[in-house]
Design a protein around this ligand. Sequence first.
Ligand SMILES: Nc1nc2c(ncn2[C@@H]2O[C@H](COP(=O)(O)OP(=O)(O)OP(=O)(O)O)[C@@H](O)[C@H]2O)c(=O)[nH]1
Ligand SMILES: [Mg+2]
Length: 542
Amino acid sequence: MERLYRRKVPPARLLTPELARQLAEISQDLHRQVGVLLDRQGLVTHVLVGDAKGLMIPPLPRERGAKGRLKGLRLIHTHLDSSTLTQDDLMDLALLRLDAVAAIAPGPDGQAPIQVAHLLPRPLDGRNWAVINAPNPGSLNLDFAVLVASLEEELARLEAAGEGRGLERAILIGVTGRNRDSAEDSMAELAELARSAGLEVAVTIIQRRPRFDPRFLMGKGKLSELVVQALQLAADLLVFDAELSPSQVRSITDFTELKVIDRTQLILDLFAQRARSREGKLQVEMAQVKYLLPRLVGRGDALSRLMGGIGGRGPGESKLEIDRRRLRDRLHKLNQELAGVRDERRERRQPRRRQRLPILSIIGYTNAGKSTLFNALTHASVLSEDRLFATLDPTSRRLRFPREREVIITDTVGFIKNLPKNLLEAFKATLEELEEADLLIHVVDLSNPRFVEQMATVEDILASLNLQEKPVLMVFNKADRVNPNLAAVQCRIHRGVAISAIAPQTLPPLIARLEEKVEELAIQADWGKPEAAWQDAVSSEQ
Ligand SMILES: Nc1nc2c(ncn2[C@@H]2O[C@H](COP(=O)(O)OP(=O)(O)OP(=O)(O)O)[C@@H](O)[C@H]2O)c(=O)[nH]1
Ligand SMILES: [Mg+2]
């Protein structure tokens, strides 16, 4: 067997008849499967001995480049019964991205039929691999060097097409036990999150499973299919629409050799990209550190894989630290700094409170149009974008109603379903400002097919912040994009107002309602009429 290591195969050949014969002899002697891994130079890198039914491949070195193209290794092994490649063989081919896998079944008559499979750069008739059969290794008509070169070339071309766009490409995966519709809705939102985070969505996959696999969430077979798909689509990472446990991230990363992130991490990343104020940055980093800490056990592999691009970004340009002890120190410092910033903010808020100016806070699901409305009402220019979480930092402005009543109006961070717990906690302080609000303006994106669910989510989050008792005015936005009947019905049910925040001429009814509401509240709260004393009390609020 030692001598197998000395075998050399010319680069153009998959294997030589001598090598095949030698493998066959040993295999028949031992009554076990025997195999070799060959590199592109035709040198034997591993000799493997299995049992009668199978063969284990040891962990192989990670691919040379950053991206997963083919491994540069092929597996030639024996089968005791038939040369037909098994499901396990094909899974190895896919998972390890082998150049090829071949099975030889030596028979008593000296014949040794062989079957070879290699991956395909594009699926053909629903298959991700091609199979070649020959009655014996000698009659295999194949220029292996040319085959591998053309596969690599095609894969490189696909990859370059992806890189041309300059975005990381992701496969989005939903594993669900629920019905398809709700899974699809959830995936649509995940796709929006991904897009907002600057990812390109290569494909979205929903797998239904009555029970989740504790290690991999989904079945191994499905995962290996994913690896091939990632190869074909030149995708860099898998994004799961779930919160993965630290050990699941590790198992899936090890198994697929792909970067793996979950929904929470995607949201954290998005927040990290968006944070502008010092407090916002501190809050986001705090949430990220808390997310990372429990994931820093064992091999750093899964994590080091994460550290490039999406998932590894701190707020601003900084990269996240992955040393456990240093992270703990960082957490401690973040806590202190945050406390300081919050004290300052509380002080800044004091004058406003003394003035007893009514505070109106715009809240709602992310991307509902809160900032657009805020801008339209105040002629301010808060960044508004067709992206999720465009706004992270609360902004306040004065607004004068036609009847001279002045109020403070604030724009806030958007809500989202299953807001990661760490983030909710980190942003609690910001959201606590909502406690001071006298009226919540709940903006709903009527044009979103999921608006009913989004309204419910917002209400749940309000309840979790103990704000369910606050007076709320429902504002149905983006009316320009929906049937007027829908807007009318919703307004009637919720006693709301329909607007189109991008069209200022639709705002007067809203302003009138707001003014009415504020006057009602003013009577209850006995604010009195505004005076000149507070003139610049809030003008510097940011
Ligand atoms: N058609 C239409 N688009 C609107 C309307 N209002 C807002 N938009 C668009 O919706 C997108 C989101 O608006 P934003 O104001 O950024 O939404 P937001 O609620 O502040 O979002 P986050 O800060 O990300 O939570 C932008 O592209 C707006 O131009 C509207 O009345 N009609
Ligand atoms: Mg906004």
